[in-house]
Design a protein around this ligand. Structure first.
Ligand code: GDP
Ligand code: MG
Length: 399
């Protein structure tokens, strides 16, 4: 609220500008992300407030939208209702999940022929607050391959930032062990492929569904037990089995890793194994002591960056996002004799925007209630003059 105050202009008119709008909270697809693991650290997001309006009709600036990055394939639901708000699939796609409040209007806006000097301004509308659930169709980016006892489970457990909750997994007999790896601002999903080899190529053990899932990984990490009698023979045997099992899998690029170098006999053989494999890059790690784990994880991230995305599209259901609109319905509840509570999204917002220290502002709220039919509705519900009515955080005497 502001009035013009200038020399030689004794009765300046109202000149309070509007407040800026609050920022929206939006989700945005970032194709660099593969998981929702970042949300294990942070779950509350608040956009900024708009800037207050000022005198001389200065309007406050609106706050920028707050963008929260999510991976492609994220399904967004409102927690309370389970309604789907959006299905985010393509890079850069955005979805507003909570709108910022509208800025309040300055007192200049309330000037009329009968009210030359409005001594109130509107408060800013409260921003929307919403509890949402994010769900992601996980595709493992990396498959862990190796003989039984190579140390696959140990490695996966030691690098996993999260064990995703797996819903409706299409294969139940042999659940793949999925882990989310999180390294600085990068992430990927790694699947332990247990028992791939034992009888798998003959159709025993793993279901065809599981094969399909594993076939969508982009990179295989081939783990060798450095303490095994002949790690190179293990490597060759696994690759032969793999080719029998699935040509597509056998064609995937592999990162080869000698594990268990905490054991002296394993460490002593690393160079020999490297030479025998004749590969450019062979990592040497210990899943047990974590030695060289971070460089290995970065090597995986860099390899993934070079590889194309899964060629098959994500099998996401086609959904029609619900449009979020303000609910203009209202409802009155009798708490006790002479005391009522009026509820409704719109009316509660209007009450929050009212300046309760200004009779004019309160009067304006009454006029809106009359215009909306709320006054009649309240009278029909038995609310009479002098009764107490709660609206949001406010209490008013019915007039
Ligand atoms: P998987 O069959 O490939 O899943 O192998 P596991 O992770 O179950 O490990 C098999 C055995 O090797 C277990 O006894 C582990 O404790 C052991 N192991 C796994 N990683 C290491 C390692 O880095 N160093 C040593 N010394 N032992 C390991
Ligand atoms: Mg295992």
């Amino acid at each position: 609220m502001s009035f013009r105050r200038e020399k030689y202009i004794p009765f300046g008119g109202p000149d309070g500008g509007h407040g800026g709008h609050g920022g929206d909270v939006c989700l945005r697809v970032n194709s660099q992300l593969n998981t929702l693991v970042a949300f294990s650290r942070r779950r509350h997001f608040i956009a900024e407030n708009g800037v207050h309006g000022g005198g001389s009709r200065r309007h406050g600036a609106s706050a920028p939208a707050l963008f929260i990055d999510v991976p492609a394939g994220t399904l967004v639901r409102e927690r309370a209702t389970g309604l789907v708000l959006g299905d985010l699939t393509s890079d850069g796609q955005t979805l507003v999940v909570a709108r910022g409040g509208r800025g309040g209007r300055g007192n200049e806006a309330f000037k009329s022929s009968t009210r030359q000097t409005p001594r109130f301004a509107e408060k800013g509308a409260p921003g929307e607050e919403r509890d949402i659930e994010l769900e992601l169709k996980l595709i493992a980016d990396v498959g862990l391959l190796g003989k039984p006892n190579a140390g696959k489970s140990t490695l996966l457990a030691s690098v996993s930032a999260a064990r995703p909750k797996i819903a409706d997994y299409p294969f139940t007999t042999l659940e793949p062990n999925l882990g989310v790896v999180w390294i600085e601002n990068r992430d990927f999903v790694m699947a332990d492929i247990p028992g791939l080899i034992e009888g798998a190529a003959d159709g025993v053990g793993l279901g065809i569904q599981f094969l399909r899932h594993v076939e969508r990984t982009r990179l295989l990490v081939h783990l060798l037990d450095g303490s095994s009698p002949d790690p190179v023979a293990d490597y060759n045997a696994i690759n032969i089995e793999l080719a029998r099992y699935s040509e597509r899998l056998a064609a995937k690029p592999q990162v080869v890793v000698v594990n268990k170098i905490d054991l002296p006999e394993a460490r002593a053989r690393v160079d020999e194994i490297r030479a025998a494999l004749g590969l450019e890059e062979v990592h040497a790690i210990s899943g047990a002591t974590q030695e060289n784990i971070t460089p290995l994880m970065w090597a995986i991230v860099h390899r993934l960056d070079e590889l194309p995305r899964s060629e098959e599209p994500l099998e996401m259901p086609v959904l029609h996002p619900l449009e979020l609109r303000e609910d203009t319905s209202y409802h009155v509840e009798k708490l006790e004799e002479g005391i009522y509570r009026l509820t409704g999204q719109e009316i509660e917002r209007l009450a929050a925007m009212t300046d309760w220290f200004s009779d004019e502002s309160i009067e304006r709220l009454w006029r809106i209630m009359v215009a909306r039919g709320i006054a009649t509705y309240m009278a029909n519900a038995g609310v009479s003059l002098g009764d107490t009515v709660f609206v949001g955080d406010h209490e008013l005497e019915w007039q």
